[in-house]
Write a protein that binds this ligand. Structure first.
Ligand SMILES: Nc1nc2c(c(=O)[nH]1)N[C@H]1C(S)=C(S)[C@@H](COP(=O)(O)OP(=O)(O)OC[C@H]3O[C@@H](n4cnc5c(=O)[nH]c(N)nc54)[C@H](O)[C@@H]3O)O[C@H]1N2
Ligand SMILES: Nc1nc2c(c(=O)[nH]1)N[C@H]1C(S)=C(S)[C@@H](COP(=O)(O)OP(=O)(O)OC[C@H]3O[C@@H](n4cnc5c(=O)[nH]c(N)nc54)[C@H](O)[C@@H]3O)O[C@H]1N2
Ligand code: SF4
Ligand SMILES: [Mo]
Length: 749
């Protein structure tokens, strides 16, 4: 046990709030305030504050478990690892490497996500790897890559928000999902800026807004197009910006013009005067932003929807300019870094594409393998889970709990049960781990060092603060041991810093370039924004001269932009002046003179496309995958509550959080409740084409009468994902978590 307090970051969401961990006299650890981290300045939500409770061996796994005679029984590490290695070897011999599935998570550190991707391709030789981030921000990522040539959730630090003129927050309930960030929006309003919230529910976030638009779920695409129509009709297009900095305007304009305000009002339920007011508030100030979260993104047209909101920003000159831009509020602790380093089906480290021959050569060289030995792209998360028990015979799962969180979860649970072999690494016995043949108990945040990349693109160091309990090992140790048992003795180090050093080299020159980042810098600088090329391969002096900035404060990293179809081209990115750029004179990197300051602000002079211009995407509205009908007349949408995290595997083990949010519920409008004859707290059944869920009614006028809402944090009878529709976005392969057709029944007996 260390005796001093250790600065680190929360294990949960993408804000990655800073916190100090201090040992207690009883041998535990407590969270104390860490005011120096600019994202939360000491503030924490209840989940972060109580996170140490999940470190306790009272709630966690401390011994490997192996299934024997139908039940999971404690086993030694050697028994458990030998069993996994034997099963993977058998399945591969019988069915080929693509019968081995791997599923990761956006909560895993960069080091783990990187190693998992390498493990799948180098040790198993399988293409069948994907991760839960596909269920999270993949539509925004696809939209960002199409328009800007690059996907980094926010192209600016959160600290810019209070200085902007207007923010439209589309389908984010950040008052519950990222509570400390609410401060930036309150400051925006104190400074005279406006906050517009788009959400079918009057959430805690919507309550803060100057204007709350309450569209029908699944209609954000039409809404954004209607706003763009009005921007054109009212002569508010920034013609010069469109000419100088974008391409494709004519097609996008023509597509938007087909979306008349009255037509959009009919589709969305947002009135024409509200549409006009939104356009006025967004266009009048000097600067403005659009931020999306899961509301508009978790739709079968999420990529197009994000594209439509980006078009609105581009037409009005509100991207790649100070205090303006489009951003996605990424969700998981390492939701950003987790999507950059190769646990995604089509990806290699550094946000490179697996089907790009140049990228394959580069990464294969770092890995010391033949580029031709690397498999090609595999299936997306839902498609992978859906193939379990058929093409995919075994699964190694790390950092996700799909029994609760996957769409059409009863079906996915069946697929998991039909596997020949399932191995799960987790800190607790999650609902998915409970189905496994082997469960490995692993170390977690406070017990191990590693990096995460928060929603701003800020790479952070989480430091080990306490000694893990007897019996657990890290995910990196697991992969090291399995690699050795499968005949790969080298290349799977257990020391996170050693992994990070390799990740730096693998990412060098890629869109998400970490090569200039070291653990030492991260500890000293409170994080570094990528891209951050190593000083020796930036050519900093030359490229800054080219952008006219003063060297080396705005060193420009040359990078490889990847478009949504997988083509790679050379393009350069702008490094704006900003927080990380304050100290241009650092010289602590032993290898070089000027150290790259990192890139807090992207696109200020060019976008990461081949011609430096942002691309408009011509999109038109289309309906949701499952429109209501006589049998299923109501829309179900799903999401989160403040006191529970995701599948609840961790937070449902904390008493204080369970007291605050004890179980599932169905939020419904009084008019719908009256039709059912249901009173507050009565059990109501929600039935979709996938199944039936029952939970107590929570009656509120803060939801549209045609819509019900369920949080998805619980298994069992009230599991929201029993109902959800796995209809996928054609580009991002994101399932339509945010809207499906249901019928609601009174379930009181
Ligand atoms: N407390 C808590 N915090 C979390 C998490 C958690 O599980 N619990 N998870 C983290 C993760 S991984 C993520 S991804 C983020 C998610 O953060 P958010 O995106 O803020 O969370 P959600 O509740 O999924 O969805 C946000 C809002 O979308 C609205 N919505 C539903 N349908 C639509 C629609 O069709 N259009 C629009 N415009 N809005 C719609 C919902 O009513 C909801 O209020 O939160 C992170 N933080
Ligand atoms: N209906 C509906 N469903 C949704 C959503 C929605 O809005 N509506 N949102 C979707 C979104 S955005 C997301 S991100 C997913 C999230 O859903 P999941 O992928 O299920 O995410 P978690 O519940 O965070 O699961 C993480 C698991 O990893 C374990 N774990 C934590 N740390 C570590 C570690 O270091 N190593 C290992 N090996 N394990 C660890 C945790 O104990 C937990 O069991 O849910 C999706 N599902
Ligand atoms: S807002 Fe997110 S990062 Fe901050 S304390 Fe809460 S869960 Fe942790
Ligand atoms: Mo997420």
């Amino acid at each position: 046990m260390q005796t001093t307090s250790t600065p680190t970051h929360c294990p949960y969401c993408a804000l990655q709030c800073g916190m100090n961990l201090s040992p207690t006299p009883e041998g535990g650890v407590e969270v104390t305030e860490r005011a120096d981290f600019p994202v939360n300045r000491g503030a924490l939500c209840g989940k972060g504050r109580t996170a140490p409770e999940v470190l306790s061996s009272r709630v966690r796994l401390t011994s490997p478990l192996v299934r024997s005679g139908g039940t999971l029984v404690p086993a030694t590490w050697d028994e458990a690892l030998d069993r996994i290695a034997a099963e993977l070897t058998r399945v591969r011999a019988e069915h080929g490497p693509d019968a081995l599935g791997v599923f990761g998570g956006g909560g895993l550190t960069n080091e783990k996500a990187y190693t998992l991707g390498k493990f799948a391709r180098v040790v198993l030789g399988t293409s069948q790897i994907d991760y839960n981030g596909r269920f999270c921000m993949s539509s925004a990522a696809a939209g960002g890559i199409k328009a800007f040539g690059l996907d980094r959730g926010l192209p600016f630090p959160l600290e810019d928000i209070p200085k902007s003129g207007c923010v439209i927050l589309v389908g984010s309930n950040l008052a519950e999902t990222m509570p400390p960030s609410l401060r930036f929006f309150n400051e925006l309003r104190e400074n005279g800026g406006t906050l517009i919230v788009v959400d079918p529910r009057r959430t805690k976030t919507a309550e803060q807004a100057d204007l709350h638009l309450m569209p029908r779920p699944g209609t954000d695409l039409a809404l954004a197009l209607g706003l763009l129509h009005l921007v054109v009709a009212e002569g508010r297009v920034d013609e010069e910006y469109v000419r100088e900095r974008t391409s494709g305007w004519e097609e996008a304009r023509a597509a938007a013009m087909a979306h008349w305000p009255e037509y959009v009002e009919r589709i969305t339920g947002v009135s024409v005067p509200q549409l006009r007011e939104t356009v006025r508030l967004f266009c009048e100030p000097e600067s403005a932003m659009v931020l999306t979260a899961r509301g508009p993104e978790q739709q079968s047209k999420g990529t197009d929807t994000v594209g439509a909101w980006i078009n609105l920003c581009l037409a009005t000159g509100r991207a790649g300019r100070p205090l303006s831009g489009y951003g996605c509020l990424t969700g998981q602790g390492n939701g950003q870094g987790g999507r950059e380093h190769g646990q995604k089906a089509d990806q290699l480290p550094g946000y490179r594409k697996l089907d790009d021959p140049v990228a394959r050569r580069h990464v294969a060289e770092v890995w010391g393998v033949d580029p031709d030995s690397l498999p090609g792209p595999g299936r997306s998360a839902y498609e992978l889970l859906d193939a379990l028990g058929t093409d995919i015979r075994s699964l190694l799962l790390m950092g996700s709990n799909p029994v609760v969180s996957a769409p059409r979860a009863a079906h996915i649970e069946e697929r998991l049960k039909s596997l020949e072999f399932l191995a799960v690494c987790d800190v607790v016995l999650s609902e998915t781990a409970a189905l496994a043949d082997v469960v490995l108990p692993v170390t977690q945040w406070a017990e191990e060092t590693g990096t995460t990349t928060n929603l701003e693109g800020r790479v952070l160091l989480r430091q080990r603060a306490i000694t893990p309990p007897e019996g657990v090992r890290s995910d990196l140790e697991v992969m090291h041991e399995l690699a050795a048992r499968l005949g790969v003795e080298k290349g799977f180090p257990t020391d996170p810093e050693e992994v990070f050093e390799e990740l730096r080299r693998a990412s060098a020159g890629g869109p998400a370039d970490y090569s200039g980042i070291t653990y030492r810098r991260l500890a000293e600088e409170n994080g570094v924004f990528w891209p951050c090329p190593a000083a020796d391969d930036t050519g900093a002096a030359d490229s800054t001269a080219a952008t006219g900035a003063t060297a080396p404060t705005a060193a420009t990293g040359v990078t490889t932009a990847t478009d949504a179809t997988g083509d790679c081209e050379d393009a350069s990115l702008d490094a704006g002046a900003g927080a990380g750029a304050d100290d241009p004179t650092r010289d602590d990197d032993p290898r070089a003179g000027a150290v790259h300051p990192g890139t807090p602000r992207l696109f200020l002079e060019r976008f990461a496309t081949p011609d430096g211009r942002a691309r408009f995407v011509p999109v038109t509205h289309r309906p949701v995958a499952e429109e209501p009908d006589d049998e299923y007349p109501v829309l179900l949408t799903t999401g989160r509550v403040v006191a529970q995290y995701q599948s609840g595997a961790q937070t449902r083990r904390v008493d204080e959080l369970n007291a605050a949010a004890p179980g599932p519920f169905v939020e419904l409008h009084p008019r719908l409740a009256a039709r059912l004859g249901a009173a507050e707290g009565d059990p109501v059944a929600v039935v979709s084409r996938r199944g039936r869920a029952v939970a107590p009614a929570r009656i509120t006028t803060g939801i549209r009468p045609d819509t019900v809402f369920m949080p998805f944090h619980w298994p069992g009878e009230g599991r929201a994902n029993t109902l959800t529709n796995p209809a996928l976005d054609p580009t991002s392969r994101m399932p339509e978590f945010k809207v499906c057709a249901v019928r609601v029944e009174n379930a009181s007996s």
